[in-house]
Design a binder for this molecule. Structure first.
Ligand SMILES: *[C@@H]1O[C@H](CO)[C@@H](O)[C@H](O)[C@H]1NC(C)=O
Ligand SMILES: *[C@@H]1O[C@H](CO)[C@@H](O)[C@H](O)[C@H]1NC(C)=O
Ligand SMILES: *[C@@H]1O[C@H](CO)[C@@H](O)[C@H](O)[C@H]1NC(C)=O
Ligand SMILES: *[C@@H]1O[C@H](CO)[C@@H](O)[C@H](O)[C@H]1NC(C)=O
Ligand SMILES: *[C@@H]1O[C@H](CO)[C@@H](O)[C@H](O)[C@H]1NC(C)=O
Ligand SMILES: *[C@@H]1O[C@H](CO)[C@@H](O)[C@H](O)[C@H]1NC(C)=O
Ligand SMILES: *[C@@H]1O[C@H](CO)[C@@H](O)[C@H](O)[C@H]1NC(C)=O
Length: 672
């Protein structure tokens, strides 16, 4: 299956492949079995079984095998591997080991060509430092590469600058490449494009110098963040290597001129040598770094932050809160008449500016002094007036008074926050906000200075204006802070650990009469509610929840008006619109309270006397009168018709039926 011409020509290389059915003049020439030692056929075997060399995977380190016919191959190695089978690796150079000032210097002994692409593997944990400088023979640095804020920065021709996007100094190897075209510089980091910029053309020439990791002059290096600390491997300009330590595979390399404090390999500094972990943390070395295994109550890279609250330093009545470099024991506290007014002083170590006051409060008192702090003529007072929070502040000659619209004496928790309007100034107007500014905050008309007079030697009172005040605050206070520093309700001696923070306010009088937590007066203890009403404690105020039949502040009034028997002489009926009395006879009025005068309109006439009875009256008649109403006797209207014996005829007269007249006895006359 090939031309004879290929066989008969004597040009090497010899044919590599298989033949079959080769006939010459109808005679089979190939394949033909001949004795092994025959000269007629050299290096020919029967069959067609040769194997692809790449099938053996000869390329190491993920190198790609490219088959070249049956008998040969080449490996395309991944950087930084090299050699026929990619078995070798470029030798890493360690810069800045144990913080030595190190650098390497190469010179370009051949023309690198029209474009310049610098590429290398870099590993570091430093966020700044000089990586590489290309300079021409008259010291013009036309390409600079350094680290800034953990990212790679490129500068071309001392002018155009580009900063990489991705953070670089994470202790892993990254492949950095900078490509300078005729008009553009491009920065890549592990194949991720970091950006590009327009540049004026750059040309590298033989004799140019390449500084790696630093410049001979310490001060010159300093302007790029100092000497590089880390490792560089497989540095190339275009495809030509710059080897710090040569590998055994021969490769084309620019010549190394100088190697100062650059070590072979990529060993780590001995980071745990001077144990960097505090508070008993255990150091584990990592490459140019360390890891502290911190005891349970500490945190931070160097176990510097003690988790104070995990040491349970606070008494049971308080909640521990971590503060910078320390902790506070926070609690609520109840003030009553018998409570002491709390007295505080600074510990004399307060450095910060005190420009805020905050407190939370729960009370039903409408007037009281909550906080009073004084030093000489400077003072601060936070009080309640007509249930409104009021602040009075005098600092030097400045005096400020603030009152908010918000009402706080309703038995609920409220916060009062006082601060300087603009804390960048020494004096400013002051703002007071209640409940986080739910109401319009109030702003002082004039400015005044801050509260720095409380930093030392000032007396601060909580719960009243002075230690012996008669009128005291009654209610609860939550956390009270001045400049972010609490006025603690607990004495330092009540804590299992002293508070470690430097800046502190400290209690200086006893806790007598102080109740931790917020407790209202026992308004329901002697149940004030009647008729099975349930007493609700509304903090220093009670409310009776009455059953449906009762109402009124103490459930003293019935919702059924008949219960109170409002009908005096009558029967009560409960109607939706109220009660109705049905009066007994003889009574009237809404509640049947009025006796009816039976004789008022009596019919007793003719001088009769009316006699009242319970249901009616009777007439007491004069002697010559009779009848119910003592009416004069009326002559009956008689007829004598039909009646023989009838009284209708007087004096013995007989009724004459026919004529309706009386037949009078002699001596009498008249109709009857
Ligand atoms: C046969 O192959 C071997 C190894 O490739 C070579 O050295 C030798 O010269 C070859 N023989 C002939 C006759 O070409
Ligand atoms: C080096 O570069 C500078 C600025 O481009 C140039 O002025 C100087 O001539 C160059 N030196 C050489 C030797 O090319
Ligand atoms: C103080 O009282 C408030 C309101 O009841 C509560 O939320 C807070 O947890 C209390 N604070 C402490 C330290 O007990
Ligand atoms: C404080 O005053 C400065 C300077 O006038 C100003 O820039 C800043 O915005 C002010 N801050 C507030 C919170 O008003
Ligand atoms: C009743 O008697 C009195 C005196 O006894 C007399 O004055 C009066 O007129 C009499 N009335 C009649 C209605 O007869
Ligand atoms: C007398 O006559 C009247 C009128 O008719 C009658 O009502 C009355 O009963 C009579 N009396 C007697 C005793 O018969
Ligand atoms: C009335 O009648 C009786 C009996 O009938 C009689 O005796 C008497 O004389 C009569 N009187 C007169 C006035 O007629």
């Amino acid at each position: 299956r090939t031309s004879f011409g290929l066989i008969v020509t004597d040009h090497p290389p010899a044919f590599l492949g298989c033949f079959r059915d080769v006939f010459v003049d109808s005679r089979l020439v190939l394949p033909v079995v001949v004795p092994e030692d025959s000269d007629a056929q050299a290096n020919i075997t029967v069959g067609c079984s040769d194997q692809d060399k790449c099938d053996d995977s000869p390329c190491q380190n993920r190198g790609r095998c490219v088959s070249l016919g049956w008998r040969s191959y080449v490996c395309e190695c991944h950087r930084p591997h090299e050699g026929r089978n990619c078995a070798e690796e470029y030798i890493t150079a360690r810069f800045g080991s144990e913080d030595l000032e190190s650098y390497a210097l190469f010179s370009l002994d051949a023309d690198p060509g029209d474009t310049v692409t610098v590429s290398m593997f870099v590993r570091t944990r430093q966020s700044s430092g000089l990586l590489l400088i290309l300079a021409n023979s008259t010291s013009h640095q036309y390409l600079r590469l350094w680290l800034e804020e953990g990212r790679v920065k490129v500068q071309v021709n001392n002018f155009e600058t580009l900063l990489g996007r991705d953070v670089f100094s994470d202790g892993h190897f990254h492949l950095v490449s900078v490509k300078l075209d005729a008009a553009e510089a491009t920065l890549l980091q592990s194949a991720h494009r970091q950006g590009s910029m327009h540049i004026r053309p750059v040309q590298a020439h033989p004799g140019d110098l390449v500084f790696v990791g630093g410049l001979p002059d310490l001060r010159a290096s300093a302007s790029f963040g100092g000497y590089f600390k880390g490792c560089v491997q497989d540095l190339r300009i275009n495809s030509k290597r710059l080897q710090f330590y040569p590998i055994s595979t021969p490769v084309e390399s620019y010549s190394l001129e100088k190697l100062v404090n650059v070590a072979q390999g990529c060993s780590s500094d001995n980071t745990c040598a001077a144990n960097p972990c505090l508070n008993g943390g255990v150091c584990y070395p990592m490459w140019d770094n360390f890891l502290c295994n911190c005891p349970p109550n500490t945190a931070g890279q160097r176990c510097k932050d003690v988790k104070w609250c995990e040491l349970s330093p606070c008494p049971a009545t308080a909640v521990c809160q971590a503060r910078s470099q320390g902790f506070e024991c926070l609690s609520n506290v109840t003030f009553r008449v018998e409570s002491n007014i709390l007295h505080y002083r600074s510990n004399g170590m307060i450095q910060r500016s005190l420009r805020t006051v905050s407190l939370s409060i729960r009370t039903r008192q409408s007037a009281a002094t909550l906080l009073h702090a004084q030093k000489d003529s400077d003072y601060l007072t936070v009080s309640l007036l007509d249930s409104h929070p009021v602040v009075e502040l005098q600092v030097g000659a400045d005096r400020v008074r603030l009152q908010t619209q918000g009402l706080v004496s309703d038995g609920e928790w409220h916060t009062v926050e006082l601060s300087m309007e603009n804390q960048t100034f020494l004096t400013s107007r002051w703002i007071m906000a209640v409940d986080g500014g739910q109401e319009e905050p109030s702003l002082s008309k004039t400015p005044a200075g801050g509260l720095d007079f409380l930093r030392e030697g000032a007396d601060i009172f909580l719960g009243g204006p002075s230690p012996d005040a008669v009128v005291k605050f009654s209610g609860c206070l939550g956390t009270v802070e001045i400049g972010g520093l609490p006025l603690p309700f607990h004495h330092d001696t009540e804590m299992t650990l002293p508070r470690p923070q430097e800046e502190r306010f400290t209690r200086i009088n006893s806790n007598a009469g102080l109740h931790f937590g917020c407790w209202g007066a026992s308004v329901c203890a002697r149940n004030p509610c009647e008729n099975q009403g349930v007493c609700e404690d509304l903090f220093d105020l009670h409310r009776c929840k009455c059953t449906s039949e009762w109402t009124g502040p103490t459930c003293q009034e019935s919702t059924n008006p008949c219960i109170s028997s409002p009908c005096i002489y009558g029967t009560c009926t409960n109607l939706p619109e109220g009660f109705k009395c049905v009066c007994e006879p003889g009574y009237s009025g809404e509640q049947c309270e009025a006796e009816v005068d039976m004789c008022e309109n009596s019919n007793c006439g003719n001088g009769a006397t009316c006699l009242k009875g319970s249901e009616s009256y009777s007439c007491l008649c004069p002697q010559n009168l009779t009848g119910q109403y003592c009416e004069p006797p009326q002559l009956p209207v008689f007829t004598c018709m039909g009646t023989r014996w009838n009284h209708s005829c007087f004096n013995g007269g007989n009724c004459s039926e026919a004529e309706n007249t009386c037949d009078c006895l002699p001596g009498f006359t008249g109709q009857w």
